[in-house]
Write a protein that binds this ligand. Sequence first.
Ligand code: GRF
Length: 186
Amino acid sequence: MRDAKRVAVLISGRGSNMRALVEQAIGYEVVLVASNKPFAPGLEWARARGIPTWTWDSKGVAKEAFDRMISAALDDHLVGTIALAGFMRVLSPWFISEWQGRVLNIHPSLLPKYRGLDTHQRALDAGDQIHGCSVHLVTEELDAGEVLGSREVPIVARDDAAALEKRVLEAEHALYPKILSEFVTR
Ligand code: GRF
């Protein structure tokens, strides 16, 4: 039986948001860290903590076939909520429908502004004074699902994309665990 409080975090890389979700878990438990990149640095961190991991190189695997493999792993661990955290792969319509309303993502912009990539540079180029991050439900349309919460980060005069990314990332680490806690208990 899928249990909303049993969370899987899906990563493709360093996994700093995954670490924040583990370290600040209130009301939920991260029971699985899964990755489509076998050498994602975040996997090592999870293993060292004794958190179960699942990984399979997605290169060359058909999208839905891969998603069915991940889905089976999630069910093996009785997962009920999925937190995408730097998972650099668009999920198939089959997966979205199978896990409808149960998949969250963190995005480095104040949605609905700047869906997709290069959000920090785009905010700077637009001359924005306020930037930030959002947690949203995942739907078939990229970065377009219901926004569950967001956090603002002021842009300052000396900012470049790297400096801004660093501050937004800190905001992400505070926002994501909070929204996930609220989500699993709502
Ligand atoms: C974060 O900027 C997040 O907003 C985006 O991907 C990045 C993941 O970073 N979706 P990390 O792997 O959590 O450190």
